[in-house]
Design a protein around this ligand. Structure first.
Ligand code: S3P
Length: 188
């Protein structure tokens, strides 16, 4: 059965949204950035949803969105960093999708996210030590959910997409012309 969705998962700051945009350009698949979609539908920022409705409510919104996405064809998805913490989400994603885990070292993540203020879980804990401890607490679930893992430290989006593509070639509906990909990558 061909896979219909490519899910990018991983801790905050592992480059899911950047790689989403590249893959969208490359595959011609539709794209869904889950946080962006929730913000759009709720008319509220992620920080405001956490503050006013609570984390549990945000997690329910994520689960409901995952269900809708799992019925879509040819879509590349950037998940929230906590999406695969719920097993029901993973089960839904696995029905027809491929789960890619992007990783980075805590220090790399810190450098990438330190100036942003849209991640409520890091807002009062913006330091590499906290990032390392939360990542460690989540590691087992990230790894168990993943079909394959791609490291992102010190690598360009182009290199990361090519590695993802190499893995995807093992799935029947995703064979791509690498030369065409490279040409397109210059523009993303
Ligand atoms: C979260 C990650 C965020 C966002 C929310 C919670 C998490 O997404 O969904 O702040 O629990 O790791 P990004 O990974 O896109 O930053």
């Amino acid at each position: 059965m061909p896979k219909k969705q490519i899910y990018l998962t991983g801790f905050m700051g592992t480059g899911k949204s950047t790689i989403l945009n590249c893959l969208h350009e490359l595959c011609g698949y539709q794209k869904v950035e889950m946080d962006e979609q929730i913000v759009l539908e709720q008319g509220m920022s992620i920080s405001d949803i956490f503050a006013e409705k609570g984390e549990e409510c945000f997690r329910n919104m994520e689960s409901e969105l995952v269900k809708r996405i799992s019925a879509m064809d040819n879509v590349v998805v950037s998940c929230g960093g906590g999406t695969v913490m719920r097993q029901c989400n993973v089960d839904e994603m696995k029905k027809n999708g491929i789960i890619v885990l992007l990783t980075a070292e805590p220090q790399t993540i810190y450098e990438r996210v330190k100036n942003s203020h849209n991640r409520p879980l890091l807002e009062k804990n913006m330091n590499p030590e906290y990032i390392a401890s939360l990542m460690e607490a989540r590691r087992q679930k990230y790894e168990a959910a993943a079909d394959f893992v791609v490291k992102t430290d010190n690598r360009t989006a182009e290199e990361i997409c090519l590695e993802i593509n190499k893995h995807l070639e093992t799935y029947d509906n995703s064979k791509k012309d690498v030369k065409l990909m490279l040409k397109k990558l210059k523009n993303c």
